[in-house]
Design a protein around this ligand. Structure first.
Ligand code: SAM
Length: 343
């Protein structure tokens, strides 16, 4: 099917009924924020004065399941649940169970801050979740409190250990690196891979939902991180597998885990972008770093048919740009907040 924009055909589906954008990128990955609520207030993610969205405006679990089913009929094979904090959403585990049964879905994962994993890791595993990403930016309890507004480091660490005991594989540890905040811990975070089978992912700070004081002086690039790590030991490159995503992967000799570098700002990986994002309020977005979105919730609640919802997926895919336009130098700030999109 082709949608016409200014008289120019924009490809949106190929002959196998798979979503393909105008730049010939197959879209197969949907990241879903299942709540705007979070039990932490990370300074780089949520604004201080974040207002809670009225619960009636959040997609119900049934609506999310329906959208995933429609998505898989269009070639979505990979879904990640995120938030806010997905584990504060009532019914998160039953959602995992339901999505696990959706035909065509091959990979279901969840990103969490880890605070509730001692309680929910086992249930998530039983519900069929295989992969977990857990955010951890520091080992220092006081710094953790300053960065997140909560004294929750011990809970997160216990949660990580619980996930390990429960048998999640792999467990990815997401660390957003910020100069002057936690860049002195890069080596220590990477060293986790010597002791545990974790995949430690260093993520460049993105200027989205940022507080004014957290702008470019806090940015540290993955190139710099790689240089720092290669000074402590040789980094052995690892080839990417189909569900790996954009990380440049390495491991230290004799390590149990591996290291990944995600250069969202310095090394555009837009050329390989295969993602759409669904916000907790049911807005479908072609890109994390663009404000554009289409309201699916409204259509769902107006009784739209599957075909009508499909056509919204196609329209959003047709809006995918070649590359995001966010940078620290250009004045291209986003209105959207990371906590509402899901990272
Ligand atoms: N509450 C969950 C968590 O903490 O992992 C899921 C939501 S959070 C928005 C998802 C990911 O986005 C986290 O790994 C977080 O570190 C990352 N993130 C949030 N704000 C970011 C920013 N400004 N730049 C880069 N990554 C960011």
């Amino acid at each position: 099917m082709r949608i016409f924009k200014f008289g120019v055909a924009v490809q949106t589906k190929n002959e196998n009924n798979r979503l393909v954008d105008a730049f010939n990128r197959c879209v197969s990955y949907l990241r879903i924020s299942i709540t705007d609520r979070c039990n932490l207030k990370c300074r780089y993610c949520a604004p201080y004065d974040q207002k809670r969205i009225d619960k009636k405006k959040l997609l119900t679990l049934e609506e999310i399941e329906r959208l995933v089913s429609i998505g898989t009929s269009l070639g979505i094979t990979k879904v990640r649940l995120t938030g806010g904090e997905p584990l504060v959403r009532q019914g998160a585990i039953s959602l995992v169970q339901r999505l696990n049964d959706v035909e065509g879905l091959k990979d279901l994962s969840l990103t969490t801050n880890g605070t509730l994993l001692t309680k929910y890791a086992r249930g998530l595993k039983q519900a069929g979740l295989k992969r977990l990403n857990i955010s951890l930016d520091t080992f220092n309890r006081e710094k953790f409190r300053q960065l997140t507004g909560h004294d929750s480091f011990p809970k997160v660490w216990d949660g990580i250990q619980e996930a390990l005991k429960t048998g999640f594989d792999p467990i990815k540890i997401n660390s957003v690196v910020m100069k002057g905040y936690n860049d002195d811990e890069i080596e220590q975070l990477a060293a986790l891979t010597l002791q545990f089978p974790f995949h430690v992912r260093f993520i460049e700070y993105m200027p989205i939902g940022a507080q004014p004081h957290l702008t470019h002086p806090y940015f540290i690039s993955v190139v710099e991180i790689e240089k720092r790590l290669s000074r402590i030991a040789t980094l052995i490159p690892i080839a990417s597998k189909p569900f790996d995503g954009p990380a440049k992967r390495f491991r230290f000799k004799n390590a149990k885990g591996e290291i990944g570098l995600i250069g969202s700002m310095s090394t555009h990986f837009c050329g390989a972008c295969n993602r759409l994002r669904l916000t907790a309020t049911g807005h479908l977005r072609p890109c994390l770093l663009a404000d554009e979105q289409i309201d699916l919730r409204h259509s769902l609640r107006q009784g739209a048919t599957d075909e009508q919802i499909e056509s919204i997926f196609l329209e959003v895919v047709s809006k995918k740009k070649k590359q995001h336009r966010i940078s620290f130098t250009r004045k291209t700030a986003l209105n959207s907040q990371m906590v509402n999109i899901g990272g």
